[in-house]
Write a protein that binds this ligand. Structure first.
Ligand code: 58G
Length: 246
């Protein structure tokens, strides 16, 4: 999969070298190319921002350098989807990540300052996405989050042990708890079930914990997903035990 990232802060993306996208790039699973809108300016100071019409604080990213940059990228790959990372975008969830991972080529536009000129959004942007309901000082961190979440779904990017199939959200549930050595830590023991070696019983215990945690922490996720008869039974068990602890 090819990413074309439009940013005035390419250096920030060196953080990706330390995670899955870094390894995936080494293995040619993804290819990230960077474009600086400053290289598409026409004035001697290479200005990419200007004051907002109507007044107010901050600066706005100018339409022309962004527009020319996007069109330069599209010359080579006219089918690429142009994505703007913005708090106004559609909220990214695991279903959204799956949808984006099915694309061959994404152009990720990272804004700075107060945002980009709306005419670029209207003329050149195919989709706007948000990684959550908060404001960042630039689209770069949002683009990195998106690249990371997409890359780990691509064939060959994860080891077998870390199969994306088992992820919470892919199952529609929050993850169950995890433990490693030692068996006792600060007086707390690992749940006995996990030491039993009974694989089926362990799988059911984990499913029950995942259902229980999702019920307690993110009930709307459970509503969206629905439960099988058997899962409902496991959840009832969890709730009953929870009550008995009170
Ligand atoms: C308001 C504020 C509108 C993505 C800033 C546009 C980008 C959050 C997200 C902006 C972002 C997110 C300028 C800086 C976009 C521009 C960028 N903040 N939640 N900030 O995905």
């Amino acid at each position: 999969m090819r990413f074309d990232v439009i940013t005035i802060f390419q250096e920030m993306f060196s953080a990706l070298e330390h995670s899955i996208p870094g390894r995936a790039a080494t293995n040619n699973i993804i290819d990230i190319n960077y474009w600086n809108p400053r290289d598409f300016t026409k004035d001697k100071h290479r200005c990419v921002d200007d004051r907002p019409y109507g007044g107010g604080p901050g600066m706005v990213m100018m339409a022309q350098p962004m527009h020319d940059c996007i069109h330069k990228i599209k010359e080579k790959n006219s089918t690429a989807k142009v994505i703007h990372l913005s708090p106004q975008g559609q909220l990214l969830d695991q279903d959204g990540v799956k949808y984006l991972a099915a694309q061959e080529n994404l152009i990720l536009l990272c804004g700075r300052y107060e945002g980009i000129d709306e005419r670029v959004v209207e003329q050149d942007i195919d989709e706007e996405w948000s990684i959550g309901d908060y404001v960042l000082s630039g689209g770069e961190l949002a683009a990195m989050v998106m690249i990371d979440a997409i890359t780990r779904l691509l064939p060959g990017a994860l080891g077998d042990a870390e199969s994306a199939e088992q992820d919470s959200f892919t199952t529609g549930l929050l993850d169950h708890q995890h433990y490693t050595r030692p068996e006792a830590f600060n007086g707390q023991k690992v749940p006995k079930m996990l030491l039993s070696g009974a694989h089926n019983a362990i799988a059911r215990w984990r499913l029950r914990e995942a259902l229980g945690r999702t019920y307690l922490r993110r009930p709307k996720l459970l509503k969206k997903r629905g439960l099988s008869k058997d899962e409902q039974k496991l959840l009832d068990e969890f709730i009953k035990e929870e009550r008995e602890l009170l």
